[in-house]
Design a protein around this ligand. Structure first.
Ligand code: C5P
Length: 238
């Protein structure tokens, strides 16, 4: 049976390749993330197909634009009966997305700071002083105040966000998860599945450690086993 805490990032070039992987994973996975990399390869069709199969879908569009455009984009996308949809966590973007979502059940998730960025990347982007962690926590707080149903952050900030009064009953979803002994790739603020869950993540997003694994089903099973160890470990990042 599946563990809904695991969201598998289907970062594959096309819908047929993505659906072939979901076939391999079968009942072991019930929650998938579709992102920008598959947009031109049938990403929305893949989302619809997965919903028809009874899976949950997280559409990772990371929308950012003027409020009017974000609202219109979200109003269109929620017709796909998505479970989660991402926008950048700037308060004006979140407010517009919540308006566009209307009465649909799609949850608006705010991206804080990409888990592939560190302080030197933020310097390059002319983002003001402060540690990455401080910026993530403050962006999360503001996005939640603006009405986001949850935030995307690295496991290294999850416990601090969980402690915010604004985070009560809201979701924390963490990419940047790497089982021990797997490649970090371009992710910089990483943790293991067990660490992420013990830090307060409701869901973890894992892509390449599964999509590039010689045996993806085995990789999923190992991640689920690791998540189940979470209650036995102490915080690593606080
Ligand atoms: O392959 P990997 O496990 O690094 O994939 C992580 C996924 O999570 C990617 O699809 C990436 O776009 C997404 N993501 C992220 N950091 C964020 C938000 C989303 O890595 N802050």
């Amino acid at each position: 049976m599946s563990d809904e805490r695991l969201i598998v990032a289907l970062d594959l070039p096309s819908a047929p390749e993505a659906l072939a992987l979901t076939q391999k994973l079968g009942d072991a996975v019930s929650f998938y993330k579709i992102g920008l990399g598959m947009l031109t390869g049938g990403g929305l069709a893949c989302a619809m197909e997965l919903k028809e199969q009874g899976k949950r879908v997280f559409l990772d569009m990371k929308l950012f634009d003027i409020g009017n455009t974000v609202e219109a984009a979200v109003r269109g996308l929620v017709q796909f009966d998505l479970d989660l949809l991402t926008v950048h966590g700037d308060p004006h973007v979140v407010r517009a997305a919540v308006k566009g979502r209307g009465t649909s059940d799609t949850k608006i998730m705010a991206v804080t700071v990409l888990t592939s960025l560190d302080r030197s990347d933020l310097d390059d982007a002319l983002i003001i002083e402060g540690t990455t962690q401080e910026l993530v926590i403050e962006r999360a707080r503001r996005a939640l105040q603006a009405g986001a149903d949850g935030v995307i952050a690295s496991p290294q900030e999850a416990a601090h966000i969980r402690a915010l009064p604004e985070a009560k009953d809201r979701l924390i979803v963490t990419p940047g998860v790497r089982p021990t002994d797997t490649e970090q790739g371009d992710q910089k603020r990483v943790a293991t599945p067990a660490q992420a869950i013990s830090e307060g993540a409701d869901h973890i997003v894992v892509g390449r450690p599964i999509t590039l694994a010689p045996d993806p089903l085995r990789a999923v099973q190992d991640i689920v086993t690791d998540m189940n160890r979470a209650s036995g470990i102490n915080s690593t990042f606080r």
